[in-house]
Design a protein around this ligand. Structure first.
Ligand SMILES: Cc1ncc(COP(=O)(O)O)c(C=O)c1O
Length: 323
């Protein structure tokens, strides 16, 4: 876990990471930002909404941004281990193959077999263990196999890489009134919020969105320290059992408020986005759900940017969602 303080995150540091991400051999793309234009389904009366389409990012989610910066700052051909059942694992595996690193992903036994197969297809080893033994397995890899642990949300370089999304969106919406970003461990929200505030957008209100059943950052804000909880949500990417320490510090500094959405609201948002031609997974749709269900205050006449963070969802899963 990261021991650095939020003071380490300066605008120069984020700009350098952005350049690393932009020129990364992993082929991170500048994702499009498009206006939500469906008149039949206004996400909120009287505001303009721009969607930042990270569901179209390489590997299907924003995670590759942070991974690109993490790998660029670690020795080439290193030996890395991580814990992930989802999008971070996919980006980690993609980068490991590119950089010729020996990689291992420790995964909960409950994760879908298809995820393990996908990660293995990049030449990365997968170890499936009970959820309670995840960190024991990682510690063994670090101690016995001399591997370096890469954290999937509580890592300075990862957060700085994610911040590239914030700097990028400001090039198209230079002074947005409201930016809405989803939150799991908090790496994405922390990076984007730091990028926007450190760029001088003092008036921009940045909202984090979490599932009701996995609201670790929300609880951390109340308790004024990063806390954990028993989590349950269809949005697996937003449901790690604790909030990251560095993400928490940065979010406390730069984020206005954390708002909550239910699983049903995220399902409805997935369907609404699909109806508009956008394939977005439940974690990625939480922000849109928050807009659709009026969770963000004072939107009348505002310019809003809504980040859709990932699109890794299969046809079968989509078929279970409401029309
Ligand atoms: C699609 C998607 N959105 C958001 C998140 C949350 O990211 P973070 O843990 O950095 O808050 C994840 C994490 O896996 C994800 O896969």
């Amino acid at each position: 876990m990261s021991q650095v303080s939020a003071d380490a995150v300066t605008l120069d540091f984020l700009k350098e990471a952005r350049e690393t991400v932009r020129t990364s051999p992993l082929g991170v793309i500048r994702t499009p930002m498009i206006p939500w234009s469906r008149t039949t389904l206004p996400p909120s009366a009287g505001c303009s909404v721009q969607l930042k389409l990270e569901n179209m990012q390489r590997t299907g989610s924003f995670k590759i941004r942070g991974v690109a910066n993490q790998f660029a700052r670690r020795p080439r051909g290193g030996r890395f281990v991580t814990v992930s059942a989802g999008n971070y694992g996919k980006s980690f595996a993609f980068a490991s193959k590119h950089y010729g690193s020996k990689g291992k992903v420790v995964m909960p036994e409950t994760a879908p077999e298809s995820r393990a197969v996908l990660i293995q297809s990049f030449g990365v080893e997968v170890e499936r263990v009970p959820t309670s033994s995840l960190m024991t397995a990682v510690n063994r890899c670090v101690q016995d196999d001399n591997m370096t642990f890469l954290h999937s949300f509580d890592d300075l370089d990862l957060i700085a890489g994610h911040a590239s999304l914030g700097l990028e969106l400001l090039e198209e919406a230079p002074d947005p009134d409201v930016v809405v970003v989803c939150c799991g461990g908090g790496g994405l929200l922390a990076g984007v919020a730091a990028a926007i505030k450190l760029s001088g957008c003092d008036k921009t209100r940045i909202y984090g969105v979490e599932p009701e059943g996995a609201c670790t950052m929300y609880k951390s804000f109340i308790e004024k320290k990063p806390v954990g909880m028993d989590v349950k949500s269809i949005a697996a990417g937003l449901a790690p059992p604790f909030a990251g320490r560095l993400p928490f510090e940065l979010c406390q500094r730069y984020v206005e408020q954390i708002v909550l959405v239910s699983d049903d609201e995220m399902k409805a948002a997935v369907s609404a986005l699909y109806g508009a031609g956008l394939v977005v997974e439940p974690s990625g749709s939480a922000t849109f759900a928050a807009l659709l269900h009026g969770r963000i205050p004072d939107l009348e006449g505002r310019e809003v940017v809504c980040v859709l963070s990932g699109g890794n969802i299969g046809k079968d899963e989509l078929a279970d969602f409401p029309d």
